[in-house]
Write a protein that binds this ligand. Structure first.
Ligand SMILES: [Zn+2]
Length: 459
């Protein structure tokens, strides 16, 4: 401006010289006026021109000159960035400077700043959090963005002991955003953790009410109805599917960790034949005991819920001890098979026959078996009862079909149970003196259609 003014002074000086030299010449005066007046007007304009600050086509303020205008704008933006604490971005070429003719008062820096504050919209140069390329949140800067990601991951890292990673591609990149989009760390974490809507399906069970379903899904009934517009409590049917929407994370966190476990190894059961045991009799030779192993699992969780478990390695710490059971195959010599006759049920002679005895009927035969002598089934059949039965003591009844039942009484032990199928000659227990008995013997009965028969006729 100063330059223009000094030029103007020089020009005036020259004009005066020219005027003096051509005085009296009418042509010269004409030329002078023709050239001089527009030049003068232009000079006058520029010497008095001010600078307008233009925002988006509108004049915001008029400064005395361009320097003042530019400095005021720059200072305003600097101050703004200092106040908000982050880079401020205005639209490219949104602010322009334009000379204007203004005779009245011009705005000083303070006034220009005030006008700018009223008019300007600006955006922030912030950091965006992107999930699979889609912006989901904006934060002040990249380090805060990283903090958000760390916080999301650490929710499932068990204080850093477990490895965590996002299932989706999650990145932090620079973005330009409006002020209202900015979130602080906790807001961004919460938004990403619960910002999505997941849908689960529930099948209506008998007796379910809409209220029950809402309570078990932990959502209000209104939301349930909203998610299922066609649903009415009156028409709800068993087996019908109800959509349950619930907050779901926008980014899923995958956790992996090694789970080391001590596990039991189940022992095997081995059977071997022992010639000294009777057919159907068995004895525990060696008690089995479980072994122990250490298994390392690679466990994967998604948002804290286990989704996969794989065995990485395992080693045996203690071998299991198998259980060994001896089974007999010895058969009583007296038992020779045959279709019409029953097998002799134990070892010993008949000492007390069937029939009248001491004034009452003896309903079977007594066989003088030693205490512990094996007792076998006289014929194939099904055990009807096995256990203590009053005067009979420990007693077994076997039904052979066609209404034939055999009874073995006063036993010292029983190895069969009610309902069990037994073969002819199979070991069922041992002779004894239980119940109403004067000494060890086997009381043996044969009952045909509910009537006691003389066993001696059958064996
Ligand atoms: Zn008897």
């Amino acid at each position: 401006m100063f330059e223009i003014q000094s030029n103007l002074a020089q020009l005036t000086e020259k004009l005066i010289i020219v005027w003096k030299g051509t005085i009296g010449s009418r042509t010269s005066i004409k030329i002078l006026l023709l050239l001089g007046i527009p030049v003068l007007a232009v000079c006058m304009f520029f010497s008095q021109a001010r600078c307008a600050v233009v925002w988006d086509g509108d004049v915001v303020a008029v400064a005395r000159d361009r320097d003042i205008a530019e400095i005021a704008v720059q200072n305003y933006l600097n101050q703004l960035e200092k106040t908000v604490g982050m880079p401020v971005k205005i639209k490219d070429d949104a602010i322009k400077f334009r000379p204007v003719w203004r005779l009245g008062a011009v705005a000083d820096e303070k006034e220009i700043k005030r006008c700018l504050a009223d008019k300007l919209d600006y955006q922030y140069e912030a950091s965006g959090i992107f999930i699979d390329g889609k912006k989901v949140a904006a934060v002040r800067d990249a380090s805060i963005g990283q903090e958000v990601l760390d916080k999301l991951l650490n929710t499932y890292s068990r204080n850093g002991r477990w490895e965590v990673a996002f299932k989706q591609k999650v990145t932090v990149k620079p973005v330009t955003v409006d002020g209202y989009e900015l979130m602080d760390i906790d807001q961004a974490v919460e938004y990403i953790q619960f910002g999505g809507i997941g849908v689960r399906k529930y099948q209506v069970k008998e007796g379910d009410t809409l209220w029950d379903v809402a309570v078990s899904a932990n959502i209000p009934v209104e939301e349930l109805i909203e998610a299922n517009p066609s649903l009415t409590p009156e028409t709800m049917q068993i087996g019908q599917e109800i959509k349950i929407s619930r907050p779901a994370p926008l980014a899923d966190v995958l956790t992996t960790y090694k789970d080391v476990r001590q596990e039991e190894i189940v022992y095997r059961v081995q059977e071997k034949v022992d010639q000294n045991l009777y057919w159907g009799e068995q004895r525990l030779v060696q008690k089995g005991s479980p072994g122990q192993r250490e298994v390392v699992y690679a466990v994967t969780l998604e948002n804290g819920l286990e989704t996969d478990r794989e065995v990485m390695q395992q080693k045996t710490i203690k071998e299991p001890v198998p259980q060994i059971i001896a089974k007999g195959n010895k058969k009583l010599l007296a038992f020779r098979g045959g279709n019409s006759r029953l097998a002799y049920p134990t070892i010993g002679a008949i000492v007390s026959p069937f029939g009248s005895r001491w004034g009452r009927i003896h309903e079977g035969v007594d066989i003088a078996a030693n205490y512990g002598s094996p007792v076998v089934a006289a014929e194939a059949g099904t055990v009807q009862c096995a256990g203590n039965r009053g005067g009979y003591g420990l007693c077994v009844d076997i039904s052979h079909g066609s209404g034939v039942v055999t009874r073995y009484a006063h036993l010292s032990s029983v190895v069969v149970e009610s309902g069990q199928r037994v073969e002819r000659g199979q070991f069922i227990g041992r002779a004894g003196s239980s119940g109403n008995s004067t000494g060890p013997h086997l009381h043996f009965e044969v009952i045909v259609n509910g009537t006691h028969k003389n066993p001696a006729l059958f064996i």
